[in-house]
Design a protein around this ligand. Sequence first.
Ligand code: PFF
Length: 444
Amino acid sequence: MKTAREHFGSRLAVILAMAGSAIGLGNIWRFPYLAGQNGGAAFIIVYIVAMLVLALPIFIAESIIGRRSGCDTFGAMRKLAPGSKWRWLGLLTVITPMILLGYYSVVGGWSVDYFFKACAFRFDGNTEGLFGSFISSTWEPLFTHSVFIVVTAAIILLGVKKGIELFTKITMPLLFVLIVFLVVYSITLPGAFKGVEYLVKPDFSKVDINVVATAMGQAFFSLSLGVGTILTYASYVSKKENLLVSAGGTAFFDLLFALLAGFAVMPAVFAAGIQPGEGAGLVFDTLPFIFGQMHSVLGGVVAILFFLAILVAALTSSISLLEVGVAFLVERGYSRTKATIGLAFLTWGIGIVCSLSFGPLAGVKILDLSIFDFLDKLCSNWLMPLGGLLFTVFVGWKMSKADVRDEFTNGGTRNVRVFEFVYFLMRYLAPVGIVVVFLTNLLM
Ligand code: PFF
């Protein structure tokens, strides 16, 4: 016999869990380095537009499907469009998060490593070359990647309420306080002003279709869209909650954290004389520099707390990725334990290959990219927007408008006026926008 599905306990719990999924390495690690590679302020503006016009409507679309069906992605398609080809979308959105978790857990492992290093007070102002030699070594990153996967799986085994909900409630506020502290510290470093300028003075000559595609991909990555995570979490949301509030609240906090991370990192990048476009290592090179500059026990303690917070942010995201696959398998009759352990092994394997692509497998290239970069690009620039596109087309064109309205307005009691506008975004603007970016990116 099936047991009743669990629900998040309160509105705050919903927003915190969704924000927990959204706010992660995407904000703290990926956003600053993408901004650094793609023109700073100009990228941020394109990113904000992509977030509002493309990502937010899709967040709402996924929430509607999730809560309406009360199922995992695959089950949702079967329930809302029985016997149709839409089940393939359900499958796509189970596969993408597993690939994503594979390489995400590698970066999660980097944060584990840096947390350990912080605890050993290794950031003493002499950290040049530390990151490069770490990721290109074979065993150390593999070990910390494994630790990260094990912790992710352990939280998932505890279940939705005791695991995900409790964990995010405690840790997200801590992350916020620390990041604000770092922003203040970073912008007051000597030479930091250039970094601030870089983030607020746009140079639109840097913006091309590649930058737009990257900004769109980042918006999807950051809001955890197109992979069924938001759909699965929304299936745990009670019928009384307001979906617009949870979507808007999550997007707001997600953007806030990304911008704060940008302002914590970029001024320090300029102060340290590091190149803003250096790529994936940016944050891991810059933050130890900041902590080293503090030259005191304070610096050491802040480093410990900060890497702990990054780690936690990464975990609240990785558990949401694993939960998609686990929910899928549990719905197909597997026990939660078996599903979790099986998928943990799968993603661990993918992660091993990704991790080695910084060292022994550095020579292996796919379309000129390392294995890690290829999977990252495949997921965020293609598979996630594709999943998002199909979700919003599903809500806009496959579900009946009456059902969508009913779910959006909680049976006609809320947000009735904004509904038409958001429906327009979900039905026309978001799908057309994504297709245009896809096509131009393919053709140019
Ligand atoms: N949004 C997460 C981050 O910014 O780190 C990454 C992520 C989590 C993407 C969950 C997708 C997902 F389903």
